[in-house]
Design a protein around this ligand. Sequence first.
Ligand code: HEC
Ligand code: HEC
Length: 344
Amino acid sequence: METNSKHNRTQNRLIGGILIIMGIVLVSTLILGPTQITTWFTSSKDVSISPKALEELWKPPTLSQLPAGEAGKLITYGRELIVNTSAYLGPKGSVQHISNGMNCQNCHLDAGTKPFGNNYSAVTSTYPKYRARSGVQETIEKRVNDCFERSLNGKALDEESYEMKAIVAYVKWLGSNVPRGTSPQGAGLVEIPFLDREASSKNGELVYEEKCAVCHGKNGEGIMLADSTAYQYPPVWGNNSYNVGAGLYRLSRFAGYVKANMPFGATYNRPQITDEEAWDVAAYVNSLPRPQKDLHSDWPDISKKPIDHPFGPYTDDFDETQHKLGPFKPIEKKQKLSAKSKWQ
Ligand code: HEC
Ligand code: HEC
């Protein structure tokens, strides 16, 4: 009898304990939302984003909030040009032939709305803005054309064209809920921590073969749709890829993009590769041939070059290889020191 009731008490305690744990999980899921719970329980592959940032993640306006009439039509066409750029402006485009067959959406995922998928949330609120790459105040049109000339290795779109007006109208509408001068949570790309070593294109090749080649092709060439008007899977190197002046040619941009978005289907809170794999695959892909670009007028003030800008001259004594592949921490440390000494 005695032992039996002891046994029952232990059992009750055990059941009680389980119920309490289930209660805690249920209540926190209700309060914090399922995303954060999965963030707690997933592995070290996670991108570290504070819980507060997650709560305040930017949400794009929905298509049902489109204005009526001409304005709504222009925005809808702009969205279509972001999603299916090549069908209108690619090598076989129905409007003009000014770009390489890629779509803006290849890099600005979900029509430029995906959190940490290089979205357009901060464009309306921060442009026109001064950019150190050009050394001038840039309008949205100029920034859009930067991507045409670099990421789509093409020609600038006439700023007065209906197509440019549509793209700008769409981008402006997307960011219309963001206060002037601010950048919302989830804008742009994730920043992953620097490695203590140089990124390894040798390791990156293995990552590429295992996790990327099925879609992007063994030779990075991508896979065209049967009617060859656009890619089903865009190229990542070679003649039809972005050129050396594009944002993705910088290692940190490529690694951040891939970490939170690739293999296709990955998200910032469900990444499928580790930070090391992201840096290494970036080193591999960006070590292979791609179109060139005359960059002599970029970064007129060389002291403003980002740490991972792969072309000298620099104001420090680290060489182009280290600026391209790292290790970046010593460069960062030296930059901080010299910034400090300027104030002394
Ligand atoms: C190969 C990838 C790629 C393609 C394709 C691409 N972009 Fe970009 N785009 C980028 C990267 C990378 C950035 C800079 C992100 C950063 O520095 O954080 C960027 C930045 C931008 C920005 C500025 C965003 C901001 O918040 O400041 C705009 C606007 C833009 N792109 C428009 C376009 C348009 C329009 C197209 C199609 C004509 C396009 N992009 C195609 C990679 C691409
Ligand atoms: C299941 C197929 C698939 C796999 C696997 C995959 N990707 Fe992608 N990738 C895509 C698709 C599709 C897009 C374009 C997305 C869109 O247009 O919405 C893309 C876009 C990209 C882009 C930007 C556009 C470009 O071509 O430059 C890069 C860079 C990229 N992937 C790199 C990688 C890397 C690195 C890996 C491996 C870690 C990888 N991808 C694995 C399907 C895939």
